[in-house]
Design a protein around this ligand. Structure first.
Ligand SMILES: NC(=O)c1ccc[n+]([C@@H]2O[C@H](COP(=O)([O-])OP(=O)(O)OC[C@H]3O[C@@H](n4cnc5c(N)ncnc54)[C@H](OP(=O)(O)O)[C@@H]3O)[C@@H](O)[C@H]2O)c1
Length: 335
């Protein structure tokens, strides 16, 4: 790469395998239009589930034809500004959450889409849009209250570890479900009331024995058998928020034959609610401000996975690492 060019990751074809869908391409560093800023990305967040589904052509609201850009959230610094830009200066640290804006070394965007931050540190990537999604899913979709029992799956992951803390801050008894001793240690530090490592305990058995009245609010990221068990343990007026179903992202969807789901919901006045962050953009500003306040006032601890992924070439490894379930906290790539 010369000092006048930059590189980005693009999907060149749809494929069931992320690695075989992508390529790196080199372009001239853009000059900003009048209302734009040019940003040098320092870090980007890895959203392996979304990346995989996008490259499989399985995001129903976004049927993209290759080639298309990849990655969403990034933090970086402003390196050039357009003539009409008054809100940002060269050298400012900014965060961005634009589809296609993440997996690239530079981006030119309208200045009003960049959020000024104190420093371009990777920890910010746990908040926008990941942490914001946790907040909206719990509060707006799950109607989170205080004094309830809240269960979070993939609780030590990028979105899960923020959800755990928001549920605790709201005054709830929080159950965190995870799959390793390192994740158990993180969840202990975050104040989880009951941690279930599904490799050493059975989720169904623990819930049956210790929570016979069922769970008030469930935040499920995993799907398949975990989802089924969650549905079985919903309490009266319980709410289950479908945040994702990562266990199905790299496979064909499993077909199940059983009595219709109303049989499990009706008798408990329980509900299952889908959640997709793009449908809640009207809460982004207020929710984002609250999350940043919690983070800067040290009431919210954020976890960035310690595995170092360096450069665009490492992104397929980062995607596979996350999908293997090894990560603890948010997976990021450094440029
Ligand atoms: N709805 C939305 O708008 C929205 C926004 C952001 C994220 N999400 C969803 O939230 C979920 C978590 O995303 P994230 O990026 O924060 O990832 P993450 O939680 O940091 O990492 C994924 C975790 O999922 C768990 N997992 C359980 N079974 C798995 C399986 N069969 N394959 C892979 N992972 C498995 C693993 O932890 P354990 O082994 O400890 O369970 C793994 O570490 C995903 O479903 C994603 O699609 C949804």
């Amino acid at each position: 790469m010369s000092s006048t060019t930059y590189r980005k990751l693009i999907a060149t074809q749809l494929s069931h395998n992320f690695r075989s869908a992508i390529a790196i391409t080199e372009l001239p560093i853009p000059t900003p239009a009048s209302n734009e800023v040019v940003i040098r990305n320092h870090y980007a967040g890895i959203n392996a589930g979304f990346d995989t589904l996008l490259c499989r052509g399985q995001v129903p609201y976004m049927q993209l034809t290759p080639p298309f850009d990849l990655g969403v959230e990034a933090v970086g610094e402003v390196v050039a500004i357009g003539q009409a830009v008054e809100t940002l200066q060269v050298g400012d640290a900014v965060a961005t959450t634009i589809r296609g804006g993440g997996y690239r070394e530079y981006q030119a965007i309208a200045a009003n889409l960049a959020v000024k931050i104190r420093a371009p540190i990777p920890e910010i990537l746990t908040l926008m849009p990941t942490g914001l999604s946790a907040l909206v899913a719990l509060e707006r979709v799950g109607e989170m209250r205080s004094g309830e029992v809240v269960l979070i799956t993939a609780a030590a992951g990028g979105i899960g570890h923020i959800a755990v803390q928001l549920a605790k801050l709201a005054g709830n008894h929080v159950i965190g479900v995870c799959g390793s001793a390192a994740k158990v240690a993180l969840l202990e530090e975050l104040g989880c009331d009951r941690i279930i490592n599904y490799r050493t305990e059975t989720l169904d058995a623990v819930l049956r024995q210790e929570y016979p009245k069922g769970i008030d609010l469930m935040f499920d990221c995993v799907g398949r058998q975990v989802f089924d068990t969650c549905v079985d343990h919903l309490g009266v007026r319980g709410r289950l928020v479908v945040v994702g179903f990562i266990s199905e992202y790299t496979n064909d969807l499993e077909s199940v034959t059983q009595p219709r789901i109303y049989q499990k919901l009706f008798w408990k006045s329980a509900s299952i609610r889908g959640f997709l962050m793009p449908h809640f953009s009207d809460y982004a500003a207020e929710g984002g401000d609250r999350l940043f306040d919690l983070f800067y006032s040290e009431k919210l601890r954020v976890a960035v996975d310690p595995m170092l992924f360096q450069g665009l070439e490492s992104i397929p490894d980062a995607v596979e690492y996350l999908l293997s379930g090894k990560n603890c906290g948010k997976v990021v790539v450094r440029f």
